[in-house]
Design a protein around this ligand. Structure first.
Ligand code: ZN
Length: 301
């Protein structure tokens, strides 16, 4: 059991037998800052990106897969796309496409409004486990004022186990006195009813409702603060019911782009297309995720 309070980016799995549930606490700091670096998103987009990273991490951590889990938000609003992916090893990346002028610099207090930013749209989940396996894809409408509500709508529609989730993103609360040092942080708390706890059983139902009420009492700063270890947060919420913590898993920012992949991509174009794209026999390709620029030398036709 790893109780290290200083790990900045992690998934902390836990179980509460007394309440018949399992859960995950995700906290992200440096990962968010690294993903949004060099993009210059408006603050509202950065906040939604942070929440989307936390949602992807918490959903992926509850799945058994060996590959890449991708979460996409697509809409017809000024923020048209948010893509986040996470490998089974815990490497995360993401990018957004938005009309910066239409969104502006205002960051509303509280959760970011998904309808205002994204309009009408969908949430797409993909699990890719390599070329010889079938890709899993789930699509659901973006329904809800906040990303937490959209996730709840998805859980209600799909035939998943009963799930409750809280997503938060905010500047680091512990550095309030030093705003220049404050970076955006995100957290997710998710609980799921254990398969063994029967639906329809009055005590099991009561336990689930009690767990949701206890969970809802958590404050955003408790979830986000690096001053509180995950054990402290969970014991504060659920102490009477016996929280059991499992091994904490680290998360990192990491892109999978490379010179070789870019060269392979360019090789898929026709010689005429390559000639059009090339400038003095070179093509510069920028990775949409991490903004690394690759310089590829091509033979001019
Ligand atoms: Zn990249």
């Amino acid at each position: 059991m790893d109780l290290s309070p200083n790990a900045a980016d992690f998934v902390q799995p836990f179980q509460i037998e007394g309440l018949g549930l399992r859960g995950r606490l995700v906290r992200l700091g440096p990962v968010v800052r690294s993903v949004v670096a060099h993009h210059g998103y408006p603050p509202a987009v950065t906040a939604l990106m942070a929440e989307t990273l936390a949602l992807a991490a918490v959903l992926a951590s509850a799945l058994k897969y060996d590959g890449v889990f991708t979460l996409q938000l697509r809409g017809d609003g000024p923020l048209s796309l948010v893509v986040v992916d996470i490998t089974s090893a815990g490497d995360m990346r993401g990018y957004a496409r938005c009309d910066e002028a239409a969104i502006g610099d205002a960051l509303p207090a509280g959760a970011v409004s998904v309808p205002r930013l994204m309009g009408a749209g969908t949430m797409v989940f993909t699990v890719d486990q390599g070329p010889r396996t079938e890709r899993y894809q789930g699509v659901t409408a973006l329904e809800g004022a906040s990303l937490s509500e959209c996730a709840h709508a998805y859980f209600r529609q799909s035939e998943q186990v009963q799930t409750a989730i809280i997503l938060v993103a905010a500047p680091e609360p512990d550095t309030a006195g030093d705003e220049t040092a404050a970076g955006i942080r995100a957290a997710a708390l998710m609980i799921q009813r254990l398969a063994g706890s029967d639906d329809g059983d009055a005590t099991a139902d009561e336990n689930w409702h009690r767990a949701v009420v206890l969970m809802s009492s958590v404050r955003a700063d408790e979830l986000l603060s690096s001053m509180l270890s995950p054990a402290e947060v969970l014991f504060r919420l659920f102490h009477e019911d016996g929280v059991r913590l499992f091994r904490q898993r680290p998360l990192r920012a990491g892109c999978r782009c490379s010179q070789t992949k870019v060269e392979r991509l360019i090789a898929t174009f026709s010689p005429a297309e390559i000639t059009t794209m090339a400038d003095n026999g070179r093509i510069a390709v920028t990775c949409e995720f991490c903004k690394t620029v690759y310089d590829v030398t091509v033979g001019t036709a």
